[in-house]
Design a protein around this ligand. Sequence first.
Ligand SMILES: Cc1cc2nc3c(=O)[nH]c(=O)nc-3n(C[C@H](O)[C@H](O)[C@H](O)COP(=O)(O)OP(=O)(O)OC[C@H]3O[C@@H](n4cnc5c(N)ncnc54)[C@H](O)[C@@H]3O)c2cc1C
Length: 338
Amino acid sequence: MVAEAPTYPYRPTVSFELMPPRRPDAAPRFWETARRLVAARPDFVSVTYGAGGGDRDTARDVVSRLLAGTPVLPIAHLTCVGASRENVSEVVDEFLEAGVRSFLALRGDPPQDQPDWRPPAGGVHSAVELVHLLREVEARRCAADPAAAVRGAARPLTIAVATFPDGNVQAGTTRTQEVHRLLEKQQAGASFAITQFFYEADSYTDFVAEARTAGVTIPILAGLLPTTEPRRLRRVEELTGVQAPQHLLDALDARPDPEAQYAYGTAYGTELAQRVLDAGAPGLHVYTFNKYRPALDLLEGVHLGGRTTTPDDAAPDVRDLAGRPWVPSIPTPAPAVP
Ligand SMILES: Cc1cc2nc3c(=O)[nH]c(=O)nc-3n(C[C@H](O)[C@H](O)[C@H](O)COP(=O)(O)OP(=O)(O)OC[C@H]3O[C@@H](n4cnc5c(N)ncnc54)[C@H](O)[C@@H]3O)c2cc1C
């Protein structure tokens, strides 16, 4: 655990990933998590998007509500694999129409239960193609509507991309191939990158060093997974191929007391976060899996906010997050007194 407050030469960014609730009955809990994370005043919150687009409406609704009801900048994930060009263009158009200006452009994973699956001909096959398509749809809207052109000039699109410090296990790519892929994403117009999570600081620092040598100049934000639950670490390995170190799993398994396990995992995550910040990471992006406590405790460990600095009831700007019929059980917070 970090003992003394480090002094950063700059204020690192803090951001969180949220996953839209899968069912209406999960919504109240989701919005409570969002409320507590927004209260920590992150630089942005990113909202995931299912590869098949099955949660298209929920994802757009969550992003729109964050945009309209909170002071936080939402970034909408977009995936393209398996969808037609028309379909992806339509989704982009809907997000732009809702006022969203920040995106994380992703390819998305193929369906896991279909080993022989092949992307459809004429689709959008990669994040690079999606970055181009986002700009094309925006250009089309601006050409058709002079007011949209002014608004677009005043608030240009921000397009982030994913990158994989240890290679993308599922795609079978190496670190060096992902460095070249990131360079292509930058050339296509990506503004910054967020890494897949990793367990050793060297994964991040070596990747960034190789990327800089190759000509990547955009910021590369360190993606971190709170390491408090061994079950979660095993599950994400199934989903992403990123393996947790055996010594970490053993140490967590050796602590049957949940609080002792939590404390060990938080200390591990905090040390990792501190190392990448010390090495010059511009900020931390926390994969929350819709749990606020591990994310905020991780940030508290590196003195970038957290539960102590942001008490549970400190959400003065969060209004109307749950003000729609499908999340009726959350009382709407009273408006802040000016
Ligand atoms: C920060 C971050 C956020 C993410 N958010 C989401 C999300 O919201 N929704 C979601 O569905 N996924 C999400 N993912 C997962 C991501 O979509 C997959 O890891 C995807 O496989 C790679 O995405 P990319 O944009 O880097 O792909 P690209 O860089 O476009 O992939 C390049 C090439 O690699 C190959 N390739 C890539 N992935 C695969 C694969 N899985 N299998 C076979 N070949 C492959 C293809 O040849 C492809 O053309 C996220 C990942 C990260 C790091």
